[in-house]
Design a protein around this ligand. Structure first.
Ligand code: MG
Length: 192
């Protein structure tokens, strides 16, 4: 008997780059440098998107939003989450709960916790009370500690939508099913 919910894990990392705004968790955070990427490089939203896709058995962001596709140039983190919400809905699921964990030496992110929580929950059509945003510093260790990049981890829970039985019969919740694109044996595309 299948579980009445699904859990997914996601991760992402983006390097710092001068001259770009820092976008995290669906908002802009004041900082002298932003993150590098084909998109707005919102590492928190990308980790969460990977968790949601994983829970639905729909692969990863790189498969759905390759950085070779000009369609996704400059796309915001909230925009990605809206797209992911549609992908998991087609697979028969709706976001129920998530927790995002950002690892950054700087800037200090705690003052922005509630804004990030609201922005990401809103992009997914969720009540913010079902969302959590957490932070840690890498204690000066490694590339993250040297402020070369910011990384994020995320866990997401999906519950079946009203269309769940029909979707299951169509096989769309199976890994590699209709919603996910195959890498075709090539190197997987880089995520946005
Ligand atoms: Mg990314």
């Amino acid at each position: 008997m299948p579980l009445p919910f699904r859990i997914g894990f996601g991760w992402d990392l983006h390097r710092f780059e001068a001259g770009r705004p820092l976008r995290l968790g669906g908002i802009e955070v004041p900082h002298p440098r932003g993150l590098s990427g084909h998109s707005d490089a919102d590492v928190a939203c990308h980790a969460l998107g990977n968790a949601l896709l994983g829970a639905a058995g729909q692969g990863d962001l790189g498969a759905h939003f390759p950085d070779s596709d000009p369609k996704w140039k400059g796309v915001t983190g909230a925009g990605i989450l809206s797209e992911v919400r549609a992908i998991v809905a087609r697979a028969g699921w709706i976001p129920s709960q998530f927790s995002v964990f950002l690892i950054a030496q700087a800037p200090r992110l705690a003052p922005h916790r509630e804004a990030m929580r609201r922005a990401m929950a809103e992009a997914l059509g969720m009540d913010p009370s079902c969302a959590n945003v957490a932070f840690a510093t890498p204690e000066g260790v490694g590339a993250l500690g040297r402020q070369e990049a910011i990384a994020a981890h995320a866990v997401a829970v999906l519950e079946p939508s009203a269309q769940w039985p029909a979707s299951r019969e169509a096989g769309s919740v199976e890994p590699g099913g209709s919603g996910g694109r195959s890498h075709g044996g090539r190197e997987p595309p880089r995520s946005i």
